[in-house]
Design a binder for this molecule. Structure first.
Ligand code: NAD
Length: 499
């Protein structure tokens, strides 16, 4: 199709249940609170199903179910777990359209992205960790003729995982794949804005895992997330979300000294050096596309290149060409395959972005394009659409320093290489960065000098499973992706034997 049918309409590839309870011990379980909240699609602003409102007793129940499953699951062999993870991947691949449309409907992002990026990456992630766990080896050191120290990897036990709404399925899979591969049982709390996507996934793959290995408790941060992060019987908490929430998670975890993985916010610089404009060739074109990436996923990406730094000697021409490109990025119905920018994930997020646009104007930044809520007509008028927006200003401004998480670019110029690096690093965050240049040694030097966990050179927004991802400074603690992630979900047992 060129436009996917909406859930609820004839021909839709997704059908939701009217209501989703918690998924605990392999069954759907009603919330102890007896309460439900509405799940709203940002495409039209209408509710489409009800979600159980989780509280501490639900978390207790899920943690119990996970521990009940752990003795058997923790003893399965890496090969057995790999078979299951590969089956999950196969099942997701066979149902890719349904999962992609579900994510689009609930999050508002274009279906061309969910089909081409979010879901294929999630599927590959399960396959990658299925391979990684089989390739993992223990070790032995001979201490003397009669004594050997062996080391083994052991799962942690029951782990808690709390995820955001910007890539509902991918963010879950980034955490689930390594945790399950390593032999842990999981209690997952989806974001309150996008729980149904997780349940569409569970309906599809739940039967492939033994009951209790994967449990889902829905609900809000303080009601369901906090009791999970501070639960006395979880052995680790992995969190993706805002830096302010990350600080709370670390406080909860400090009470019981459990490890945390924190994937937090960002304010990533995208640097364009003057040699980019040496020729108006395919490389120049690629750099212009890189300039538009602040609007990709509606700017709701932790690595959103939300600050563009353009060298002064090429500033006017490059920015003019870049803005022309931004004008061609088609905004529309997320279920239309030609749409490149869809809706913001929630009304709160829309309001937050619009308020930052006002902040930008008030602090004297120059609004070059956009700046308004986008009215796409029909029933999309009730949805949460914002025009791609570009401001010109200084790095000290709030719109340059604070994460907006929307399609809002803060643009500035620099004179020298050293200026570029110092502006790039003048932020509390250190998650992503982009550098564009035809000079390989300049790319390398900049890549090493920027304080960020991921620097893309002459590319952006690629997230392969085997490249470690995570933040410097206030963008987080620990890494995701890459086989090193297994270490974050395992203990090392050293067994010293005298024969
Ligand atoms: P958020 O921190 O508000 O919420 C994230 C999750 O935490 C949700 O499930 C929420 O219910 C839960 N939560 C909120 N308060 C809690 C509490 N007190 N205790 C336990 N759980 C709590 O973040 P958000 O607005 O949903 O997500 C957007 C943020 O996520 C952005 O800052 C973005 O940069 C970040 N993000 C980071 C990465 C990364 O890998 N670094 C990836 C995606 C998103």
């Amino acid at each position: 199709p060129t436009v996917y049918a909406r859930p609820g309409e004839d021909g839709s590839v997704v059908s939701y249940r009217a209501r989703y309870d918690h998924y605990i011990g392999g069954k759907y379980v009603a919330p102890a609170s007896g309460q439900y909240f509405e799940d709203i699609t940002p495409v039209t602003g209408q509710g489409f199903c009800e979600i159980a409102r989780g509280t501490a007793p639900d978390v207790d129940r899920a943690v119990d179910a996970a521990w009940a499953a752990f003795p058997a699951w923790g003893k399965t062999s890496p090969a057995e777990r790999a078979v299951i993870l590969n089956k999950i991947a196969d099942r997701m691949e066979a149902n890719l359209e349904a999962l992609a449309v579900a994510e689009t409907w609930e999050n508002g992002k274009p279906v061309r992205e969910t089909l081409a990026a979010d879901l294929p990456l999630a599927i590959d992630h399960f396959r990658y960790f299925a391979g990684a766990i089989r390739a993992q080896e223990g070790g032995a050191a001979e201490l003397d003729q009669d004594t050997v120290a062996y080391h083994f990897h052991e799962p942690l036990g029951v782990v808690g995982q709390i995820i955001p709404w910007n890539f509902p399925i991918l963010m879950a899979v980034w955490k689930l794949a390594p945790a399950l591969a390593a032999g842990n049982c999981v209690v997952l709390k989806p974001a309150e804005q996008t729980p149904a996507s997780i349940h569409v996934l569970i309906d599809l793959i739940g039967d492939l895992l033994p009951d209790g290995v994967l449990n889902v408790v829905n609900g809000f941060g303080f009601e369901a997330g906090a009791p999970l992060a501070s639960h006395p019987r979880i052995r680790k908490i992995a969190f993706t979300g805002e830096t302010t929430t990350g600080r709370l998670i670390m406080q909860y975890a400090s009470e019981r000294l459990i490890p945390v993985t924190l994937e937090l916010g960002g304010k990533s610089p995208n640097i364009f050096f003057e040699d980019v404009a040496d020729a108006k060739d395919s490389f120049y074109d690629k750099a212009l596309e890189g300039f538009t990436f602040f609007a990709l996923n509606q700017g709701e990406v932790c690595t959103c290149p939300s600050r563009a730094l353009v060298q002064r000697s090429i500033y006017d021409g490059f920015v003019a060409d870049g803005l022309e490109r931004v004008g061609k990025v088609k905004q529309g119905d997320p279920l239309d395959l030609s749409t490149m920018i869809g809706a913001q994930a929630s009304n709160d997020q829309l309001e937050k972005i619009l308020s930052y646009i006002e902040i930008g104007k008030a602090e004297g930044a120059k609004l070059i394009t956009g700046g308004e809520r986008a009215d796409l007509g029909g029933d999309l008028a009730g949805g949460y659409y914002v025009q791609p927006t570009v401001f010109e200003g200084r790095n000290s401004m709030r719109i340059f320093q604070e994460e907006i998480f929307g399609p809002v670019l803060a643009l500035t110029s620099f004179d020298t290489y050293d200026d570029a690096i110092s502006i790039a690093n003048d932020t509390l965050y250190g998650l992503g960065a982009g550098v564009w240049s035809r000079n390989g040694s300049q790319l390398y030097r900049a890549g090493r000098a920027i304080e960020a966990g991921r620097v893309w050179s002459n590319t952006y927004h690629q997230y392969p499973a085997h490249a470690a991802f995570g933040g410097y400074k206030q963008s987080g603690i620990g890494r995701e992706n890459h086989k090193m992630m297994l270490d974050h979900y395992q203990q090392t047992k050293n067994l010293l034997v005298s024969y």
